[in-house]
Structures are given as C-alpha cells and as structure tokens.
Design a protein around this ligand. Structure first.
Ligand code: FPP
Length: 266
C-alpha cells in the first residue's frame, strides 16, 4: 500500500453508511503462497506481507468504527504444511506480538486468541498470555486471532463441557439452548456480520461454522497480501448492498421497522 492510499482511507469513506458498518468482521487470509509464487519469492515472503496487511486492516477497522476483527491465522489442518513453513509462521506470530504489542495497546486494541493454544511452544503461549492480559481492559476494538483453530473441534469441546455440567447435575439437559452452546465457544456469543475470504476460494475451511450462521460472506479474487484499504472499502460497499433478513421476510422487516419508528415517536 502506498502512503497516499493510507491517507485517503484514514477516515470512513463518504459512500459507506456509518450506521450500517459491520460490528464484527472475520477474515480468511488466503493466497499468501500464490502471491509469493507470482513474484518468484518463497512462500514465507507471502506470509510476511500478509501479516503487514493484517496489521493495516486492524488499524483501518478501528479507524472506521468496526468493533471486532477475527483473523484465521493458523488452522488445525495447517500443521500438515512443510515444517519450515510451520516454523516460520510460529516465529512470525511471536515476533509480531513482541513488536506490535505496545502499539496495539496504545491504540486501545483488546487482543484475544481462539483455538487450542496448548499445542504451541511455551514461548509463544507466554507472549500470547502477556498480550491478552495487558490489553484486557482496552475498548477501541477486539482483535481475535485464530491459531490452531478448528471449528468442529471447538463445537465438540463445547459439547463436552456442557455434558460435564449436566453429568455433575449443574444443569438439566433440557436447559441446553443455542445460547448455552454459543457461550461455550471461544467467541462467547460474538458472531461476525461479515466474512471475507481472499484468493478466489469459496469455502469456510472449518472456520467459525456455528458463528457464521447469518453472516454475509464476500469472496474476492485478490490474494491476501494485496488486500488493502481500497479492497476493504469495495467489500464494505458489497456488504452494505446486501439485504440482511435473518430468515425474516423483506416485507415483515419493513413493517417491523415502521412499527418500531411509530413506537419511538408515539
Ligand atoms: C493462507 O494462505 C495463509 C495462512 C495459512 C497463514 C496466514 C497468516 C498470516 C497472514 C500471518 C498473520 C500474522 C499474525 C501475526 C497473526 P496460503 O499459504 O494457503 O496461500 P496459498 O493458498 O496461495 O498457498
């Protein structure tokens, strides 16, 4: 991204309705390897540039009044990649955390990690805990990073925890609701309004399967390392052109809104 672009997009663009900005954006950052290949670079160069893009997107989301950004950084399946690539990613996470923590804290970012962190190196786990603890009281934006994350395993673990409570007599099986399950997931009931997947792939790859039930999805052909503020702007325009009905009928929503308006003015 050029500096001029950064400047142009430091405030919410005029054609984006500030009242309908997604509260929570999730991203599947795909295409790092292909971006690097196209330039004759090693795959890790794509991940390095991808991390820079993620950092700028976080600043952009904060600047534009978005309350949460959730990024899929490493899936439970990504361990199958060559050891050199996995090792590079782990070192990149640790380095980025060390380097960016102060800046994120100053900007009011609350950092969280979702996934099974127990499989990560003790050093990385320590950096993660430090980031979570230091930023716990920040309120400008939530930044959730999914590392060693798999949605099916997340749901299975939630079911185990609930089953244990039932077994111990702490709750009745008939009291288990959708809300109970949502509260036992890493995301604790915060569902994305918008999911973006880059690189032309159109699948969820075991990411937030429960949480994306009513999420608008935008798939773009850009490789992740090219996903700049201009691309994000276009994605928000696409999002705002969508008609979110949550299973309701369009007429019913208009009627409901009219009734709410009447109730407010009565
Ligand atoms: C998928 O592209 C990308 C990943 C598996 C890694 C994503 C990680 C980052 C962008 C770094 C984030 C950094 C921090 C600090 C959270 P791919 O490698 O599958 O690309 P390809 O499909 O073109 O091969």
């Amino acid at each position: 991204m050029r500096l001029t672009d950064m400047h142009t997009y430091s405030v919410l663009p005029d054609d984006i309705n500030p009242l309908c900005v997604p509260r929570h954006v999730a991203v599947i950052m795909d295409g790092n390897g292909r971006w690097a290949n196209q330039r004759g670079l090693p795959r890790i160069a794509g991940h390095r540039q991808g991390a820079r893009v993620l950092k700028d997107l976080l600043c952009c989301c904060k600047d534009w009044g978005i309350g949460a950004l959730t990024a899929y950084a490493f899936s439970t399946e990504n361990w199958r990649r060559p050891t050199t690539e996995v090792d590079f990613l782990m070192v990149l996470f640790e380095k980025m955390l060390k380097k960016e923590l102060m800046a994120m804290h100053k900007e009011g970012v609350r950092v969280r990690f979702i996934g099974d962190l127990s499989a990560l190196s003790p050093a990385l786990q320590r950096e993660m805990s430090r980031a979570v603890e230091e930023t716990a009281n920040n309120t400008a934006i939530d930044f959730n990073v999914a590392v060693n994350y798999g949605s099916r395993s997340e749901i299975a673990t939630a079911c185990q925890q609930i089953a244990q409570k039932v077994e111990k007599g702490d709750m009745a099986a008939s009291d288990v609701t959708e809300h109970t399950i949502a509260e036992h997931l890493y995301t604790r009931g915060s569902d994305p309004d918008l999911l973006i997947r880059t690189s032309g792939e159109q699948r969820l790859s075991n990411f937030l399967l429960w949480q994306l039930a009513y999420t608008e999805m935008v798939f773009t052909n850009a490789f992740w390392p090219d996903f700049d503020r201009a691309q994000f702007h276009q994605t928000l325009l696409t999002y705002q052109a969508r008609d979110r009905r949550f299973g309701n009928a369009k007429d019913a929503i208009s009627l409901q809104k009219a009734e709410e308006k009447t109730a407010l003015t009565a």
